[in-house]
Design a protein around this ligand. Structure first.
Ligand SMILES: NC(=O)c1ccc[n+]([C@@H]2O[C@H](COP(=O)([O-])OP(=O)(O)OC[C@H]3O[C@@H](n4cnc5c(N)ncnc54)[C@H](O)[C@@H]3O)[C@@H](O)[C@H]2O)c1
Length: 251
């Protein structure tokens, strides 16, 4: 008997990093998992990894900034596994930072489009289904840059702060309808697509030095909290943004 036996979970940004680990962790908790991502080959590989570990999973190519793609992912979850009970809206990008005067409109639009509009589109379609089918639990990925900020991070920080506001607003929209909505705010997490990028190595080293626990987190540090937030154990928690950051935002 597992916490999420018989449930269906949708994970966006599931091809690599935090999302991939979350897909594995949802399956280990008993859920059937729909993995959504723009990266097709890595996404299919991640779905195979979930099945190889004994879970049930499908991959759906999805750009979370496109309404039709998100609607399709939710429909496919329901068609394939008979419902949608949990969602982890995690897809995100972190373009190379720049001071605001040097930042292009294109970078701003793309960052907000994926990180903020993408989460909004997911919430819109997930909540529409959950409202009609008895509720559910949703977790959005923000960041410590949604709690504090840093130089060169105007678009990223605005998008992740927006995710916290969105989480609170939608939690209140549906608090009486059986839908819980929370956010996680990861600190520096090692072994993900974003953090393994060569141009990010210096920033990650600085982030590790500034983290009171003296280390970066691992994808499972986030995934385990996400699965818990979706489980009945967290049944009275909604509208919260949980920092999982080795103490970074406590400093
Ligand atoms: N790694 C960290 O230190 C850290 C810290 C705070 C927050 N985050 C957030 O965690 C989330 C996951 O990032 P990660 O670190 O695991 O990096 P990652 O690059 O491994 O994962 C991000 C995933 O999102 C996918 N993606 C990108 N654009 C997409 C789109 N338009 N539609 C669908 N999928 C898309 C990518 O293909 C990738 O699989 C992101 O939202 C990121 O901002 C990461």
């Amino acid at each position: 008997m597992h916490d999420l036996d018989g449930q269906v979970a949708l994970v966006t940004g599931a091809a690599t990093g935090i999302g991939r680990q979350a897909a594995l962790s949802f399956a280990a908790a008993g859920a059937h998992v729909v993995l959504a991502d723009v990266a097709k080959t890595a996404g299919e590989e991640a779905a195979h990894a979930v099945e190889a570990a004994g879970g049930r999973a499908i991959f759906v190519a999805t750009d979370v900034s496109r309404d039709a793609d998100v609607a399709h992912a939710v429909t496919l979850a329901v068609k394939s596994f008979g419902g949608l009970h949990c969602a982890f809206n995690n897809a995100g990008i972190a373009p190379r930072g720049a001071p605001v005067a040097e930042m292009s409109e294109e970078d701003w639009d793309r960052t907000i489009g994926v990180n903020l509009k993408g989460v909004w589109l997911c919430l819109k379609h997930e909540c529409a289904h959950m409202l009609a089918h008895g509720g559910g639990a949703i977790v959005n990925t923000s960041s410590i840059m949604g709690v504090v900020s840093g130089p060169g991070l105007a678009a990223y920080s605005a998008s992740k702060t927006g995710v916290v506001g969105l989480t609170r607003a939608v939690a209140l929209d549906y608090a009486r309808a059986g839908i819980r909505v929370n956010a996680v705010c990861p600190g520096g997490i090692a072994h993900t697509g974003i953090t393994d990028r060569p141009d990010n190595q210096k920033d990650m080293e600085q982030l590790m030095q500034a983290t009171p626990m003296g280390r970066l987190g691992e994808p499972h540090d986030i995934a385990s909290a996400v699965v818990w937030l979706c489980s009945p154990q967290a049944g009275f928690i909604t509208g919260q943004a949980l920092s999982i950051d080795g103490g970074f935002t406590t400093w």
